[in-house]
Design a protein around this ligand. Structure first.
Ligand SMILES: [Fe+2]
Length: 281
């Protein structure tokens, strides 16, 4: 397999291991170019396998054998019946076959969504995998109220908001607006995404990109290895705060009772972005 930056994701994995984490949230596309089982076992596992017992994964588009000849997403076969490499490798922790689930960490509720289902199926069509996922999400949010869980963190592969080089603006996925609407109404605090191969932090905002102090803070952490993509060119979107496209690294989140702190670490050991004691919504 062609992977010129293999050592980069080895270094990210080693850094994460040294952090002695409670959880490692794997934001999708853990294995490039395609999430074949043998590649997960050969490459991903040799770096990130040591974190497997604390890993909470979500699938990305490359976990569905992304094929440029099948670029038409609506022609893509039923996503839930694919992802066999991803689900074969992660097994029960990925909650096969649909890949969404939730769990609690202290006073935080964490929700793992399968954004491939949102992008491949019509969310408004009753009974579709995307519709079913939103029904599940609605019930999950209702049974984890803000009163009991001041912190809500949601992670899935595709970002609603991204700022990348030309060609990429279309990658902002409007299919995810209804999902953000549900999360916003429920008072979710953090959304974590991958897909864009860089690091981006966005100001708290509503699902339409308007600054809102009580809105959702979105991070993109697509810096696990393989390659990086350039951030966009001006104009900078109003709610974009900071990003970088030159260093591989990882985001460390420290979740407290009703607040959180974050640090983005490069593999060279520098904290490139940080925020401390941010109150939950
Ligand atoms: Fe992706």
């Amino acid at each position: 397999m062609n992977n010129p930056n293999r050592h980069q994701y080895d270094n990210v994995a080693d850094m994460l291991y040294d952090w002695n984490l409670n959880k490692f949230l794997m934001l999708g596309d853990g294995q490039h170019e395609n999430g074949l089982l043998e590649d997960y076992l050969t490459y991903y596992d040799s770096a990130f396998g040591k974190l497997l017992d604390i890993t909470a994964p979500v699938p990305g588009n490359h976990d569905y054998y992304w094929d440029w000849e099948q670029f038409q997403l609506h022609d893509h076969p039923f996503a839930g019946s694919n992802g066999s490499g991803y689900f074969g490798y992660f097994g029960e922790i990925a909650n096969p076959p649909l890949g969404y689930y939730s769990f609690d960490l202290g006073s935080w509720h964490l929700i793992a969504l399968n954004s491939d289902l949102f992008l491949n199926f019509d969310i408004t069509e009753v009974g579709s995998p995307a519709y079913e996922q939103t029904e599940w999400l609605k019930a999950d949010l209702a049974s984890h109220p803000e009163k009991k869980f001041p912190g809500t963190l949601v992670f899935f592969h595709h970002p609603l908001f991204t700022w990348e080089t030309p060609g990429a603006p279309g990658w902002t996925s409007p299919e995810l607006i209804p999902v953000w609407e549900m999360l916003y109404e429920a008072g979710a605090d953090i959304v974590l995404n991958g897909h864009s191969h860089n690091y981006q932090r966005w100001a708290p905002q509503d699902p339409y990109g308007n600054y809102d102090a009580g809105g959702i803070t979105q991070f993109i952490v697509g810096t696990g290895g393989y390659y990086l993509n350039e951030l966009g060119h001006p104009p900078v979107p109003g709610s974009f705060v900071w990003g970088q496209d030159s260093d591989f690294g990882a985001l460390k989140l420290m979740l407290s009772n009703d607040s959180y702190s974050f640090e983005f670490w490069s593999i060279s050991g520098d904290v490139l972005d940080s925020g401390y004691n941010i109150a939950c919504n």
